[in-house]
Design a protein around this ligand. Structure first.
Ligand code: Q46
Ligand code: ZN
Ligand code: ZN
Length: 319
C-alpha cells in the first residue's frame, strides 16, 4: 500500500475516500479537510476569538492542534466534572489538557463544577436522580451551561466542540430512529446564536471519521487520555456507533453519506421549524441570563440553585 501523493509507504488506507497516505501527507490532509469544512459551512473566520471545549481526549486536543496549525485564535475550556469511576477520570483528563496547553503556550480556562456550584456531577446526579440513572443527562446540562456561560461572559465569537462524524452520525441515527423533529432541526455543523444569551456553536470535525482523528492524534504525537469516561460504557450512543460501524464495514462511506444527505435534506427545507416553533417565546433566566423556553429559572439553575429539597426529577428539562 503506497501513498497516493508521493509513492512512499502508506500508513493509512481510507476506503471511504479511496485514499491511502503516508504519515506526512496524512498529517497535512487532516487540517486541509477541516479547513474545507470550515469554509463549506461558514463556520469561522480568522478574526474570530474562539473557545474550544477540551476534554483531554483525542478529538478535542487534535482539533486544538489543527486550528492552531491553521492559524486560528483559540482558547481552551476544561470543565472539571468530578468523575472518578475508579480510574480518576477527571483528574487524569485534566492533566492531559493542561500539558497540551502548556507545551504549546495556549490558554486554557479550567472550571471545576464543584468549586463553582458546590457539587460534582455524580453528587448532583445522586441528588436529582437518586442514583437510578447514569449521570450523562445531568452532565450534559452542566457542560452546556458552563460552556455557554463562559463563552458569553468572556465575549468569545463561537464555542467549538470536538464532535466527529461518528458522534454526529450516532446522534442523527438516534434522532431518526425516534423521529425527534425538534432535535433534527437543531442538529448541524453550526448552531447559530438565534436566542439572546446563546453563543454560536460550531463542530469543525463533523466530517472527520473517528478513526481518522485517532490516527491524527497517534501520528501527530498528541498525548491524550485513552480511557473513555467510565459512564460511557453501555451507552446508547456507543451502541449506535457499533451498528453504524458494521454498516460502514460493508459499505465504506455509508456514515459520511448518511450525515451529508441529512445536511442536504435540511438545505432543501426538510426539518425546518414550524411557524409555532419560530414564534416560540423566549425568556431570560433571572439567575444566569441564559435563554429558556419557559418563564422562570432555566433547567440548569433549577437543578443547582432551587431549594434542593423541593427538586423533583420532572422539573429538569431535557433529561
Ligand atoms: S462525560 Fe458526562 Fe460523557 Fe461521562 S458522564 Fe456521560 S456525558 S459519558 S461525553
Ligand atoms: Zn506521501
Ligand atoms: Zn439559569
Amino acid at each position: 500500500m503506497h501513498c497516493q501523493k508521493c509513492g512512499e509507504k502508506a500508513v493509512i488506507n481510507m476506503r471511504q475516500h479511496k485514499l491511502s497516505l503516508c504519515k506526512s501527507h496524512f498529517l497535512d490532509w487532516v487540517p486541509d479537510q477541516v479547513e474545507r469544512s470550515i469554509v463549506r459551512y461558514r463556520m469561522l473566520t480568522h478574526h474570530d476569538h474562539l473557545l474550544l471545549a477540551v476534554s483531554g481526549g483525542k478529538d478535542s486536543l487534535s482539533l486544538w492542534d489543527i486550528l492552531f496549525r491553521l492559524g486560528y485564535s483559540v482558547d481552551g475550556l476544561y470543565i472539571g466534572l468530578g468523575i472518578d469511576g475508579g480510574v480518576k477520570y477527571s483528574e487524569n483528563s485534566l492533566k492531559y489538557a493542561l500539558n497540551f496547553a502548556r507545551d504549546r503556550n495556549l490558554f486554557l480556562h479550567v472550571i471545576d463544577v464543584q468549586a463553582e456550584y458546590g457539587e460534582t456531577v455524580p453528587m448532583m446526579t445522586m441528588r436529582t436522580l437518586r442514583g437510578r440513572n447514569k449521570p450523562c443527562s445531568v452532565c450534559g446540562l452542566a457542560k452546556r451551561h458552563v460552556m455557554n456561560q463562559l463563552a458569553r461572559s468572556q465575549g468569545y465569537d463561537a464555542l467549538l466542540t470536538g464532535h466527529n462524524l461518528d458522534d454526529e452520525a450516532a446522534i442523527l441515527f438516534g434522532n431518526t430512529l425516534n423521529w425527534v423533529g425538534s432535535y433534527l432541526i437543531h442538529q448541524g455543523p453550526v448552531l447559530e446564536a438565534d436566542r439572546p444569551g446563546l453563543v454560536r456553536k460550531v463542530k469543525p470535525l463533523c466530517r472527520m471519521y473517528e478513526r481518522e482523528m485517532a490516527a491524527y492524534a497517534l501520528l501527530g504525537g498528541i498525548q491524550y487520555i485513552q480511557e473513555e469516561c467510565p459512564h460511557a460504557v453501555g451507552s446508547t450512543s456507543i451502541y449506535y456507533k457499533e451498528i453504524l460501524n458494521k454498516l460502514e464495514a460493508d459499505r465504506p462511506g455509508a456514515k459520511l453519506s448518511f450525515y451529508l444527505s441529512f445536511l442536504q435534506a435540511k438545505r432543501d427545507g426538510l426539518f425546518s421549524p414550524t411557524a409555532d416553533e419560530r414564534a416560540e417565546s423566549v425568556h431570560s433566566c433571572p439567575k444566569c441570563g441564559q435563554s429558556t423556553s419557559a418563564p422562570g429559572l432555566c433547567a440548569f439553575c433549577r437543578m443547582f440553585f432551587k431549594d434542593k429539597d423541593q427538586l423533583v426529577l420532572d422539573q429538569v428539562d431535557g433529561l
